[in-house]
Write a new protein. Structure first.
Length: 192
């Protein structure tokens, strides 16, 4: 189970620790913390280290702060603790440093790009991995420029996957936006 920190209000580190300790003690499945500063409560390396000592099994870090991610890797000493980066934008440096995985928005629509990057990063092919990381950054920006959620739905439809429509307040891309998205993806040799 993965949990973000409580949101809406700012909480002290002790309150955040108590929240996660309660989860760990009350469920019978592994608990992962999801560090997503958009919730207004950042989970720091020392807090995560203490939680790991008390049964937290891993962290997904979506802070976009590579130094913070490196600090998680440095401070958590529990064997088997799982480190996951929460963006394909930092996949290569995170995996190179010790991350075991990535939860990537781009992978929802173009999984083969992210899988290839992960494969190259874990197989020690730095030159090829750097080239694919750069490509992933370009594709990520294309998707974001059209609104990531709406673009994911459009790309999946272009690939023959009926995934419905984005939930409100997101809107589906109109025909012109889909045509432009398709053009940009084809310019970067993305098979649709």
């Amino acid at each position: 189970m993965s949990s973000i920190a409580p949101f809406y209000y700012e909480y002290s580190e002790e309150q955040l620790q108590n929240h996660f300790l309660s989860l760990i003690s009350e469920v019978s499945i592994p608990v992962f913390a999801y560090n997503n500063p958009k919730t207004s409560n950042r989970l720091g390396p020392h807090l995560i280290s203490r939680l790991a000592d008390n049964g937290l099994r891993g962290i997904k870090d979506s802070s976009f702060d590579l130094l913070c991610f490196y600090e998680f890797l440095r401070t958590v000493k529990v064997p088997g603790f799982v480190f996951i980066i929460g963006t394909e934008a930092l996949l290569l440096p995170a995996v190179t440093a010790g991350a075991q995985g990535c939860i990537a928005g781009l992978a929802n629509a173009l999984p083969e790009q992210v899988v290839e990057l992960y494969r190259l990063a874990t197989e020690g092919a730095p030159d090829e991995a750097i080239a694919v990381q750069q490509r992933v950054l370009v594709l990520r920006e294309i998707m974001r420029s059209h609104g990531a959620i709406s673009a994911i739905h459009a790309i999946l439809r272009l690939r023959g996957v009926d995934c419905g429509y984005p939930r409100r307040p997101f809107k589906p891309l109109d025909e012109e936006q889909v045509r432009q998205l398709k053009k940009e993806l084809k310019e970067h040799q993305v098979a649709l």
